[in-house]
Design a protein around this ligand. Structure first.
Ligand code: AMP
Length: 426
């Protein structure tokens, strides 16, 4: 396995990375002045047909890091008379599917000949997607479940695929989609290029990478600059019962225009949103299981600043894609350090500085220490006047779930799986 040297020798133009003139124009039209580190590292080997194992966060520019080489390879390759699916991008959520599809479609007009990009995701009727696939599509972006449905309907053949991209592989496997991912892989030809992108590398991702990739170029864009330079992390000590008034206070004092608040349960989503609304702050609960129409409406209200606060669980938040979110609040801490990275990664995108605030109640101190340990850095504890905690922190020596589950809760199926993975040598 080789390691890309790009992080030590930055390349400052897209042309120097090997992109053809039409794709350099595409980058220009998209407003990309220079390649991001992940693009500098990924584009040359991807263009050369190598497999990639890339560690990259949301906001790093990873989409374009695979979108450009994938499209250029199609553009310069031999075009068969009939459309065949040459590239498949597997993603964990419908919103990421839509976002990746959009990037590919923005690049598409710059190709020498038109290419069809189809986007497939669940939660909506399959028929329009099947219709859109008539006559084939060179590039397909899909969530695994819907992709399998479409294949079952004979809507798509993947046997001649040249390139597979796994985007946000950790979330693909984490979301209980591992089975579906494996069923998709079984449909693909043995010889193909594989590009795997992931923010984190838990055992399941490493196992998949080992099975899937051939002599991959390994790219590690360290997350520290993203977290330390662009995301300001705060840890505020507060009693659990005072979190909602504190949240309200911080929203008002900080004049936060748009806030994404993470809570542990769907019940808390409704409860916190309700309390904020009663206090005159436009807030809504964002449920993962709400209808697509309702979710889209809430998101567009949030994007247009008609809604100031969205309250979501980790699962619900999978549906939230908003560039440059200014503030993320961990009202409840996430269960794991992986989720913490995903949560705070939603702020400070594309060069913007974001604010990530975690509320640390007496019960949460020990758990937050574990998250800090996994992150490799400490976040100084702060107190806000008028909200100083009275509860005594639970002794830090109290036994901790080494895999990040919240102590005192009955272990979920996922906790047990994590624990089993840890015991087997992670
Ligand atoms: P991603 O990590 O792919 O979700 O990209 C995050 C954001 O960065 C998107 O809004 C992109 O449009 C933007 N972006 C990607 N590449 C560049 C670049 N080279 N220069 C400036 N912005 C970029």
């Amino acid at each position: 396995m080789s390691t890309s040297p790009a992080s030590t020798s930055p390349v400052s133009t897209f042309a120097a990375l090997g992109l053809a003139a039409n794709f350099v124009r595409a980058a220009d039209a998209l407003g990309y002045d220079e390649p991001t580190p992940i693009q500098a590292a990924a584009i040359p080997p991807a263009l050369a047909g190598r497999d990639l194992l890339a560690s990259a966060q949301t906001g790093s520019g990873k989409t374009a890091a695979f979108a450009f080489p994938l499209m250029q390879q199609i553009d310069t390759g031999i075009r068969p008379a009939l459309r065949r699916t040459q590239a498949l991008v597997l993603v964990p959520t419908r919103e990421l599917a839509a976002q990746v599809g959009e990037t590919l479609r923005q690049i598409e007009p710059f190709l020498a000949e038109p290419v069809k990009v189809s986007v497939l995701f669940g939660g909506v009727s399959i028929n329009p997607q099947l219709m859109a696939l008539r006559g084939g599509a060179e590039v397909v972006v899909a969530t695994p479940g819907r992709l399998l449905d479409v294949v079952e309907h004979n809507g798509l053949k993947l046997a001649d695929l040249d390139c597979l991209v796994l985007d946000e592989a950790d979330r693909l496997l984490d979301g209980g989609f591992a089975d579906e991912v494996n069923r998709v892989l079984a449909l693909l030809p043995a010889r193909r290029q594989n590009l795997l992108f992931s923010a984190t590398f838990p055992e399941a991702v490493q196992a998949l990478a080992a099975k899937l990739l051939r002599d991959p170029v390994r790219i590690e864009i360290t997350p520290e600059p993203v977290i330390e330079a662009k995301i300001e992390e705060h840890a505020v000590e507060v009693d659990d019962a005072r979190r909602t008034p504190l949240l309200r206070h911080m929203i008002e004092q900080g004049e936060w225009s748009r806030v994404l608040v993470f809570v542990a349960t769907r019940y808390a989503c409704d409860h916190v949103a309700d309390k904020l609304r009663k206090a005159g702050i436009e807030a809504a609960a964002f449920h993962g299981d709400a209808s697509q129409g309702a979710r889209t409406r809430l998101l567009s209200d949030f994007k247009a600043s008609r809604l100031r606060v969205l309250v979501a669980t980790d699962l619900g938040a999978r549906g939230i894609d908003i560039a440059k979110l200014p503030v993320v609040v961990n009202y409840d801490l996430p269960r794991s350090a992986v989720d913490y990275v995903h949560r705070i990664g939603r702020t400070g995108r594309a060069g913007e500085t974001g604010l990530a605030v975690s509320f640390i109640g007496a019960q949460a101190e020990a758990h937050f220490r574990l998250i800090e340990k996994r992150q490799g850095h400490r976040v100084p504890r702060e107190r806000i006047e008028g909200f100083e905690p009275k509860d005594v922190p639970v002794a830090v020596s109290a036994p901790l779930d080494p895999n990040g589950g919240v102590k005192g809760r009955r272990p979920s199926k996922k906790d047990k799986l994590r624990a089993a993975a840890a015991r087997s040598g992670s």
